[in-house]
Design a protein. Structure first.
Lengths: 444, 531
């Protein structure tokens, strides 16, 4: 049936317990997976392997402690198994923070995990518990749950002073957004360049629990994402009286990034001198490169795409569509958001797509069922030449059918390897152009 | 007729731990495990006889308080049934249970390419269950997804995979399957593969085979295909055809990348063989018992002796003994010079295999043929017997009798935290690993690894040479791992890294009463004080 139902073919997100990977993204933190055997391998396969083969670090992937619940645990309760797991993890792992994530099984059999974890917490171990049953939501929901749990159970209350210019960066979902490591670095570089002191909760520039303890001291929270993290910022506002700035569009390219900087500077009320100088320097370099690129763009006569279809999570779909439509002049023919954003964010997302750029309007669709996504892309009558399809590896076959240039921007992605890549900011925009037009050049 | 080992009347499979006595924790000399496994006694019992009271009841098993990321039966069903070309697998589960399907899609893409079949995506659908479904039940969603499966993909069969959540809330997939079958007009097959069900994922293979044996394989074949041999396999390259061509045989690969009709014709084949008795035992035994297709009772096709005996056993069924002897002799001659060259290259080198049980035995045979030392091995499970229980299917005994004892023979299911100890007590230049999670940890410890993704690489005579050539490249990568080791730290404490017994936590449970001082204590107090 081509009508919408509960069914999902070819999934584009995993479940809440996949947020173990958000814990892995905090330096020195150890996730403790209180779930069945298979749960974490499936999550890891989706988020860290079939997503640019990013890999994992420290206590992630194969090193991750997991209860691997058995039939015995289902019948008699799994608390004893979890207790042994927690104890042995504390015994042999070197962790600054332990996060127990409970999956479907613990939730359904009614194990009292918070009590067990509290026992260790009261002894002084830096350990928190979070309910991430897979039936409660997807990995993005799980990520937000983990953030709130660490704030409430580990960071705790704070009534001290705020530091002007210190900003917490709530941005892409670790491992899920495949360029997250590079993107965090680029956005942090930009904010620093503009004069901010940037506190980064996840990724290569995170300093572990030290940075998490710094969160309440920040002047404000910056949520750079259409919806993930907004809930956390609201919580922080309530808990620490911290205001937040919500910007839906990840800035890409000179125009958007400069505007982004000005917005954040204005919100924070810090001095403009440094940020304007930074914008000037960055733009000089960005347009130095863009001028070179423009020769290819003007003179390459073997064909290049003029239209594109995109299907990915809210953040990347919005950011890439905006950049390509507004600054490069590619025509969006289909934009599909696949990460099931909460209803209350959808009207704003629709508006942002209507206002992408002058003369271009695309009706964004919300669909997470791969069968319907494929049908939607299949239904696009691209006008001429090779179109560009930006989606997941599930779309490889439809891209072949449409004779489209294709590359992956969202999980699952099994046709590319990602180490340090960013399509965000000034530098990332140039990488994105390289990626797109490398797909066009040569004898393809 | 003797009682059957496998009961196809039931929709559920008896777990391996009960059926075979599978364990996932053991540490010692391989020859001791052979003795404790009491294969012969178990074999007598399997075939309905009485061996008296003896060892063949229960193996000692080392438990571990600490377990780590691993695989489950549900994932195994996805990698088997989810990789059929014209059947749909429904994951009756919350969405996370379908997380690995994209990886199995990649496996299928590679498998199809290796087998010369056209590229296609896997046909999987999740019922995508939410919290409400846990309370009110999810059978209506399952019915809807079965209808969607029919309308979307017009499959030849629809399989339903049970998950932890649906098993706990008591979803009756058997009834829904039975009820929906007339409506969709194709077999609807329930698979009881919830992840917590069995302590070892390999039960998932049996569940997948059980489903196709009950509802797909033709019970009343009109003809026999005298030149068709079933090979129970995964996605491996088709090396079996070239080995079996001299015997005039064609291969019917089961199950990955197979079509409905290829599975259906399994009962028309002259016999069933496999590249791995852990994988193939259930299917081969049931085909023998209930469909009259004999299984090959022979060592696995690894190393020279194993391959000789495997070919001879098949040739006997096919009536091609002379052709087999000619082929065996010519192959021995053909590989000899290259093998000598490789043995020279690997002189003084050692290797460790870390895979599932029977497959590890095959791989270690190949290392032995290459002259590579192997003082240690890690197996993710040990089956003291396989379903066939044949005279020549005691793969561990076959290995040790042919190539000598293994002093550090460890059974442990993907517990990466034990690698520092395992790699400390045995010399090695590289590791051969299947299943994710361990190879990168071994890499951090400075060792290069060969992830044997195409499981047919080591098969047969040429397989020995193929592995040898690949290992040259693997050993060269030591340079990368040496550098990595200097810069990357494992998440384990110095105390743990200083231990030498991988089962120290099991053998000294009292150490868990003595936890390191809570490092967070002071800081916690500070925070509380500031509050």
């Amino acid at each position: 049936m081509t009508t919408k139902s509960n069914s999902i073919s070819d999934p584009r997100y995993s479940c809440a317990v996949g947020a173990t990977n958000s814990v892995v993204a905090i330096r020195g933190a150890v996730p403790i997976a209180n779930c069945s055997p298979g749960c974490q391998l499936k999550q890891t396969a989706f988020l860290t392997f079939e997503n640019g083969f990013q890999g994992s670090v420290y206590a992630g992937a194969g090193n991750m402690p997991s209860a691997n619940s058995t039939e015995n645990d289902i019948v008699f309760g799994g608390i004893k198994t979890l207790d042994e797991l927690v104890k042995s993890t504390l015994k042999i792992f070197k962790g600054d923070l332990y996060v127990v994530l409970t999956g479907c099984v613990g939730g359904l059999i009614g194990d009292d995990v918070p009590s067990l974890v509290r026992k260790y917490h009261e002894k002084g171990y830096p350990i928190v518990a979070v309910d991430t049953a897979g039936f409660k939501g997807n990995n993005l929901y799980g990520h937000e749950e983990v953030v709130d749990a660490i704030i409430d159970q580990f960071v705790g209350d704070y009534h001290g002073k705020k530091q002007k210019g210190l900003v917490n960066l709530w941005f892409e979902t670790p491992y899920f957004n495949q360029n997250w490591r590079g993107d965090y670095q680029e956005i942090a570089r930009i904010l620093r360049g503009a004069g901010f002191n940037v506190n980064i909760p996840f990724g290569p520039e995170n300093n572990g629990v030290k940075d998490w303890r710094r969160i309440p001291k920040a002047q404000f929270n910056l949520v750079l994402s259409p919806w993930v993290g907004v809930r956390n910022a609201e919580h922080l506002q309530e808990k620490y009286g911290q205001p937040f700035l919500h910007i839906s569009e990840i800035p890409i390219g000179g125009e958007a990034t400069s505007e982004f900087i000005r917005n954040v500077v204005k919100f924070a009320g810090i001095d403009k001198l440094q940020s304007e100088k930074f914008i000037r320097e960055e733009n000089r370099i960005y347009y130095y490169y863009l001028e070179h690129f423009s020769e290819f763009f003007a003179e390459y006569w073997y064909g290049m795409p003029s239209e594109f279809a995109i299907a990915a999570d809210s953040a990347y779909t919005l950011a890439y569509t905006k950049f390509l439509a507004d600054q490069i002049g590619l025509i969006p023919r289909k934009a599909i958001i696949t990460d099931d954003p909460p209803q209350k964010f959808r009207a704003e997302l629709e508006r942002l797509f209507h206002d992408l750029t002058e003369g271009v309007d695309v009706q964004v669709e919300f669909e997470e069922d791969g069968y319907l996504i494929e049908k939607a892309i299949d239904g696009v009558k691209f006008s001429s030449g090779k179109p560009l399809i930006l989606a997941s590896s599930w779309e490889l076959t439809i891209a072949n059918k449409k004779k489209a240039l294709f590359f992956e921007i969202t999980p699952p992605s099994s046709e590319s390897l990602i180490i340090n890549r960013s399509f965000a900011g000034y530098k990332g925009a140039l990488n994105l152009l390289e990626k797109i037009y490398s797909a066009s050049v040569g004898g393809k | 007729m003797a009682k059957t080992i496998i009961n196809l009347d039931m929709t559920e499979v008896e777990n391996r731990e009960f059926r075979l006595g599978t364990i996932i924790g053991w540490d010692g000399k391989a020859s001791d495990l052979i003795q404790q496994s009491a294969y012969d006694e178990r074999s007598v019992k399997k075939h309905g006889g009485c061996a008296g009271k003896g060892l063949g009841c229960r193996l000692c098993e080392l438990q571990s308080p600490l377990n780590q990321e691993t695989m489950c039966s549900n994932a195994i069903v996805q990698c088997q049934i989810g990789n059929l070309t014209d059947c749909v697998l429904i994951d009756h589960a919350p969405i996370g249970c379908s997380g690995e399907n994209s990886k199995f899609n990649l496996s299928m893409h590679n498998g199809l390419k290796r087998r010369g079949k056209p590229l296609q995506n896997t046909l999987n659908i999740s019922t995508n269950l939410k919290e409400k479904d846990m309370v009110f039940g999810a059978s209506d969603k399952l019915r809807r997804t079965i209808r969607d499966a029919k309308d979307r993909y017009n499959p030849k069969a629809i399989f339903i995979g049970m998950a932890c959540a649906t098993a706990i809330i008591g979803e009756d997939i058997d009834s829904v399957a039975e009820e929906m079958e007339p409506e969709v007009g194709v077999p609807v097959v329930p698979l009881h593969c919830e992840g917590f069900r069995s302590k070892h994922w390999s039960t998932g293979f049996d569940v997948a085979f059980h489903g196709v044996l009950r509802q797909i394989v033709n019970r009343h074949p009109e003809k026999k295909q005298k030149d068709l041999l079933n090979i129970v396999a995964l996605w491996g390259t088709d090396y079996f055809s070239e080995m079996l061509k001299p015997l005039g045989l064609r291969v019917n690969y089961l199950l990955d990348c197979a079509s409905f009709d290829e599975i259906r014709q399994a009962s028309e084949a002259i016999a069933t063989a496999t590249f791995c008795d852990t994988l193939g035992g259930y299917m081969a035994t049931a085909l023998e018992e209930s469909f009259g297709v004999p299984q090959i009772d022979a060592p696995q096709p690894y190393g020279i002796r194993g391959t000789d005996e495997w070919l001879r056993a098949i040739a006997k069924v096919a009536g091609k003994e002379n052709e087999a002897e000619e082929y065996i002799e010519s192959e021995h001659r053909r590989i000899a010079p290259k093998l000598a060259e490789l043995r020279n290259f690997f002189k003084g080198k050692n290797g460790i295999v870390m895979t599932g049980s029977a497959y590890a035995h095959g791989l270690i045979s190949v290392l032995s043929e290459l002259g590579i030392g192997h003082d240690a091995a890690l197996l993710f499970h040990h089956d003291p017997i396989y379903d066939g229980g044949g005279k020549h299917q005691d793969t561990l005994k076959e290995l040790i009798d042919t190539y000598g004892d293994i002093p550090h023979y460890t059974v442990s299911k993907t517990r990466a935290f034990q690698l520092p100890q395992l790699l400390k007590r045995a010399k090695t230049n590289f590791l051969i690993i299947r299943h994710p999670g361990l190879a990168s940890v071994a890499g951090h410890l400075g060792f290069p690894t060969l992830t044997m993704g195409d499981e047919h690489i080591p098969v047969g005579y040429e397989g020995i040479l193929r592995v040898g050539e690949m290992l040259k490249g693997v050993i060269a990568r030591t340079k990368f791992n040496r550098i990595l080791k200097r810069h990357v730290k494992l998440p384990y404490s110095d105390w743990w890294l200083s231990q030498s017994d991988p089962f120290y936590l099991t053998n000294h449970p009292e150490v868990l009463d003595d936890l390191p001082r809570a490092a967070g204590k002071e800081k916690q107090e500070l925070i509380q004080a500031s509050a």
